[in-house]
Unconditional design. Structure first.
Length: 133
């Protein structure tokens, strides 16, 4: 497996992304039908730092992720070193209050549940086909 590389310790615990679970996506879609005013809305189940996301995925898979902090990991020439995977050094954290106020939607899944459902779906897709003929 690859090593997740960050250019400093802070990036590991600050940078990350929003996510939405399949059940929350369905619920948000249904709630959107009740929105009276059109416009831009943000929808997400939650936010996770890269470290939390990777550690949670590792726990579900029974593996221990490897991390490395290396100066210059963010520099263009350092991004593709063998065996390393550099995640975006950014933070995508949406303010979803407008949609929640307009629709009544409240996320109900947590990160672990979202990742578990993803891994279960991946396992089904990876299983050999049982169709004969």
């Amino acid at each position: 497996g690859r090593t997740f590389v960050f250019d400093d310790e802070t990036a590991m615990w600050r940078h990350g992304t929003v996510y939405i679970g399949d059940e929350d996506m369905g619920a948000a879609t249904l709630c959107a039908l009740d929105v009276k005013r059109s416009g831009p809305y943000n929808v997400a189940t939650g936010f996770s730092t890269w470290r939390t996301l990777i550690d949670t995925m590792g726990a579900l898979l029974g593996v221990r992720p490897r991390y490395r902090v290396r100066d210059g990991a963010g520099a263009e020439e350092q991004r593709a070193m063998d065996g390393e995977l550099r995640l975006p050094h950014s933070r995508s954290d949406y303010d979803c209050r407008r949609f929640e106020r307009s629709s009544g939607f409240r996320p109900g899944q947590d990160l672990r549940a979202v990742l578990r459902r993803f891994l279960d779906a991946e396992a089904v897709d990876a299983a050999p086909s049982r169709i004969v003929g």
